[in-house]
Design a protein around this ligand. Structure first.
Ligand code: CA
Length: 732
């Protein structure tokens, strides 16, 4: 070996070691944070996660120089809610943003606000999607709502909108780099959130990527033709399948009227095409029209089977999706290059993530929402020179509620005690392995039922090996063994061999819900995915808008029964007293909370509201009496805030079951003990009329309650008689 070469090798090593240790030492100073974020980017479409269909060298660079987390999950697989979890470090039911379309409460603590207090410059560019304006940022410029791929508008801090000509992913990066380069205070550490629209539907690529995958087919997932056997029948209600819910204009990018309504949905046009200028349109048509015409000619000739049509749609979908990712990845690389060129790489944490995963044809779907792996997973690759060992892979269970405490710890800020996530820094510093005592399971909850794509409310937990999911509608469990069934094609919840595993997971589920303060009795829930309920609710809202009510009955089936077995008694007692029935069979406190806060009370300002609710909470799910009492309290609060002059007659939940020691009756007694305390003698009056319904020996007679839960006509007579003098004294 030449002595000089020997020397230069040692010199190089010396320089590397010096750099490494100086970077490590520099972590004593506050690191910058660059949070590169996208929308709906599934890990299946990232080569660092083993994509079979595309290459993402920009994202892969972060992984190679840092760590890739393969068990990274969201807490609620949908756009706005995932973002709210990231900002707050809290689950959706705590940060209050459970469903898209809600307004994020920007007054609550978020990590950018705390970082501002810790001396950081904070900026946000791109997709926000939280309804309210961003808070906690020195600079922001965001897409309105979903935003657009072509010639996007960006909302400005002064309330105006600015339109930029070009492609959204490039423009967002331009604006982010401009802030880094020109607009920030360079004497301070910074956090930049650069948040893309891509690869969100409708998957509109940049012109430079139109021809990617030309003449090639992207491999199909194994479950493209899934028939949903072996799992809950609720899966079949989905409206997110490529086969049945793919739109002619919006998704397939076919022009004009839908010519094949049996194969395509109508009525959502390709709005991105409509936004393009003449040059952009010409380039688009040059690429897409020959393919479109070839497909339509085959359709016209009747040459394509249903399967072949689905395969064409899948290719159209996946190629466009992956093309948008090509631009995204180039722009990730651009930001990394900027950091290199400006000597910022060493002291900057760089993260690439996306608000949740996505179905790339798995189970025949596009979209997200379900707790299955493809949409539960979030990409999470992170580089932090001197702290994270380059090229490491982590299987630690992490979640988007962990990002906020991680950033706070990195910045040397205190982590507020009510943050629910855990800082990932102990994982980073442990060669990306879970340190001892790390979490054993994550909790997930999806709330957006009765909405686009028809995915029912569900929640559940996932451990390293298993996933247990619970669907409140139908009270169904699902259990998946991810080791033997990674594609989640068969629920083993009824399999004898898995019984102890399901029991253990159910206990862990209950304990995690308790740990994260999940009280379903207080979380507003619609049952709009049940048709009769939806119709009754719409009708009730109409009646509520008319107003003019002096008396309102609020509750579940026992209250609704005034329209059935209690009809004659109602006519007799309340027929001419301007009364409205707000009882819905099967409702629990959470449904009443939803209804009362969203229309059932709009112009209902009664003199008296009679409230009796809660027995289904314990009857359906074994919710505890104190949880149910908190649900009742929320209902009282809503009534008082919507109609402050109303006198509330809060009734003890009626006795049920045959005898005095029936377990469900005892639950009602326990709830009544607690809600009795809400009596204030001024606006809230508690009355327990149970004694007028039971026999002297404590049993319930079938004459009063034929099914030992619902009243007969005689039962309704006793109810009316028992509250009449109270109603009168309250001014009715
Ligand atoms: Ca999303």
């Amino acid at each position: 070996m030449h002595p000089q070469s020997f020397f230069s090798r040692w010199a190089t090593l010396f320089i590397i070691l010096t750099l490494y240790s100086s970077a490590a030492a520099s972590t004593g100073k506050q690191p910058n944070i660059v949070f590169l974020f996208s929308d709906d980017h599934a890990v299946q479409a990232i080569s660092a996660y083993g994509s079979k269909s595309n290459k993402t060298p920009g994202i892969d660079r972060i992984a190679r120089e840092g760590a890739v987390f393969v068990n990274s999950f969201c807490a609620n697989s949908i756009c706005g809610p995932s973002r709210a979890c990231i900002l707050t470090g809290k689950h959706s039911h705590i940060n209050g943003f459970r469903r898209n379309g809600e307004q994020f409460d920007g007054g609550q603590p978020t990590f950018p606000k705390i970082l501002q207090q810790s001396g950081y410059q904070t900026a946000l560019v791109g997709k926000w999607h939280l309804g309210s304006n961003p808070t906690g940022f020195h600079y922001w410029e965001v897409l309105p709502g979903q935003g657009n791929y072509y010639n996007p508008d960006l909302l400005q801090m002064d309330g105006s909108r600015k339109r930029y000509t070009g492609y959204c992913t490039d423009i967002i990066t331009d604006r982010a780099i401009k802030w880094l380069d020109e607009d920030r205070d360079k004497s301070k550490p910074f956090v930049l959130m650069c948040q893309h629209k891509a690869p969100h539907r409708n998957w509109s690529p940049a012109p430079r990527h139109f021809s990617m995958f030309d003449g090639k087919d992207v491999p199909e997932p194994e479950s493209l033709f899934d028939d949903f056997a072996g799992r809950t029948p609720l899966l079949k209600e989905n409206e997110m399948s490529i086969k049945n819910h793919f739109y002619w204009g919006h998704d397939a990018k076919l022009h004009g009227e839908n010519q094949y309504p049996a194969s395509f949905q109508s009525n959502i046009n390709n709005r991105e095409y409509q936004r393009m200028n003449a040059t952009q349109k010409a380039a688009w048509d040059k690429q897409y029209e020959p393919e479109n015409q070839a497909f339509l000619a085959k359709m016209k000739a009747g040459e394509l089977s249903d399967k072949e049509i689905l395969r064409w749609k899948y290719q159209r979908y996946i190629k466009d999706y992956l093309r948008t990712i090509a631009a995204l990845d180039e722009n990730v690389a651009r930001v990394l290059n900027y950091l290199d060129e400006n000597n910022l790489t060493e002291n900057t944490i760089v993260i690439y993530s996306s608000d949740q995963g996505f179905y790339l044809g798995e189970h025949g779907w596009y979209d997200k929402r379900w707790m299955f792996e493809e949409s539960l997973k979030m990409p999470f690759v992170v580089r932090w020179p001197g702290v994270i060992q380059p090229g490491t892979q982590s299987s630690a269970l992490i979640q988007n509620i962990d990002y906020a405490p991680t950033f706070l710890e990195a910045a040397g800020a205190d982590i507020p005690s009510d943050i629910q996530g855990r800082s990932l820094i102990p994982v980073f510093k442990n060669n990306s392995k879970a340190p001892s005592g790390w979490r054993d399971a994550i909790y997930y909850a999806y709330y957006e039922n009765d909405a686009v794509h028809e995915v029912p409310i569900h929640d559940g937990i996932r451990t390293q090996r298993y996933k247990a999911m619970f669907f409140p509608r139908g009270r169904q469990w699902q259990l998946f063994d991810l080791l033997t069934d990674p594609n989640e094609m068969r629920s083993v919840h009824q399999d004898e061999a898995y019984r102890p595993i399901l029991r253990g997971l159910q206990k862990r589920y209950r304990d995690l819900r308790s740990y994260y303060d999940v009280n379903p009795a207080t979380i507003p829930m619609t049952r709009g995915d049940e048709n009769w309920w939806k119709q009754r609710n719409q009708k009730t809202n109409q009646m509520a808008r008319q107003g003019g009510y002096d008396l309102a009955f609020i509750g579940d089936s026992i209250t609704q029964g005034w329209e059935g077995k209690g009809k004659k008694v109602w006519e007799q007692f309340y027929g001419n007293r301007n009364a409205i029935n707000l009882g819905f069979g099967g409702d629990r406190t959470e449904h009443v909370i939803w209804r009362l806060s969203r229309g059932n009370l709009s112009n209902v300002k009664p003199k008296v509201a009679v409230v009796m609710i809660g027995t289904n909470n314990t009857g359906h799910f074994l919710q505890t009496p104190s949880e149910v009492a908190a649900g009742v309290k929320s209902i009282l609060d809503i009534i008082q805030s919507k109609t402050p002059n109303t006198q509330i007659l809060l009734l003890g939940i009626f006795p049920r079951g045959k005898d005095a020691l029936d377990e469900k009756r005892l639950n009602n007694i326990a709830i009544n003990q607690l809600i009795r305390r809400y009596h204030d003698g001024e606006k809230i009056h508690f009355l327990d009329i149970g004694d007028s319904l039971v026999e002297p020996d404590g049993t319930l007679s079938q004459e009063i309650m034929p099914d030992l839960l619902h009243l007969s006509e005689t039962g309704y007579s006793r109810w009316a008689a028992a509250i009449e003098s109270k109603l009168t004294s309250l001014g009715l």
